[in-house]
Design a protein around this ligand. Structure first.
Ligand code: MG
Ligand code: ZN
Length: 227
């Protein structure tokens, strides 16, 4: 009993040490990006929530407002990276080989692969996971949490930390609402009950719903920041 408690303590201490280091690297990244006039977004969501598809639809519109670069995080494979690179924008893959989140150190290591002075937006697609990516600041200016209607409307209540820390909620696959036992309104209400300031965009990559508004929002927040 005593031994188990000791072990648990040191694990907590180790975790807080790791997070402290992560935070300090993240702050450096944020100031480096901001001093290059760059705006950074961190996309968090479960596997299959539609993060990559959302980017495939949003990036071509966002590219009309500014130059985009993307960091694709995945545990294994570069499938998603190839889909984004097909949009002809600078794309860098981080294959975490088992780690279920990106850390600021991983981001720092790939930043030299971009010409930062040539970019306006840096988009990070985190590893599909709604739990530990939440604890890791990557130096982003805004955090987007992505939830598809097919995941059910109780998602915000089950994973509140993800919604507390996010600036924006993007509901995806809204066109599937008639076929599933979940409602967009409930997802939004549940998210707002946790974080009443969260900005909300209801989207469908199939019909294009909400993609314009999301893009306009991102570019408006960006302009406000750089002015
Ligand atoms: Mg993906
Ligand atoms: Zn993790």
């Amino acid at each position: 009993m005593f031994v188990r408690k000791e072990a648990a303590m040191s694990k907590i201490e180790l975790r807080s040490k790791i997070l402290k280091k992560n935070k300090s690297i993240a702050e450096d990244i944020r100031s480096e990006l901001n001093s290059n006039g760059l705006w950074c977004m961190n996309l968090i969501g479960s596997p299959g929530s539609g993060k990559t598809t959302l980017l495939e639809k949003t990036i071509p519109l966002l590219s009309k407002k500014g130059r985009c670069g993307v960091i694709e995080g995945d545990v294994k494979t570069d499938y998603d990276m190839k889909r984004i690179a097909a949009l002809n924008i600078p794309t860098v893959q981080i294959e975490t080989s088992g780690s279920c989140h990106l850390s600021s150190e991983m981001i720092k290591n790939v930043l030299p692969d971009f010409s930062l002075e040539e970019l306006d937006f840096l988009v990070i697609e985190n590893v599909g996971n709604l739990i530990c990516p939440v604890a890791y600041d990557l130096g982003e200016d805004q955090r987007l949490v992505v939830v598809s209607i097919t995941e059910g409307d109780e998602k915000p209540l089950k994973y509140p930390a993800a919604f507390v820390s996010a600036d924006v909620l993007v509901v995806t696959k809204a066109d599937l609402e008639p076929y599933v036992d979940a409602s967009v309104k409930k997802i939004v209400d549940n998210a707002k009950s946790i974080n009443r300031n969260i900005a909300v965009f209801v989207t469908s990559a199939k019909t294009g719903e909400g993609i314009d508004s999301l893009t306009n929002y991102i570019s408006e927040v960006f302009s406000a920041k750089v002015e």
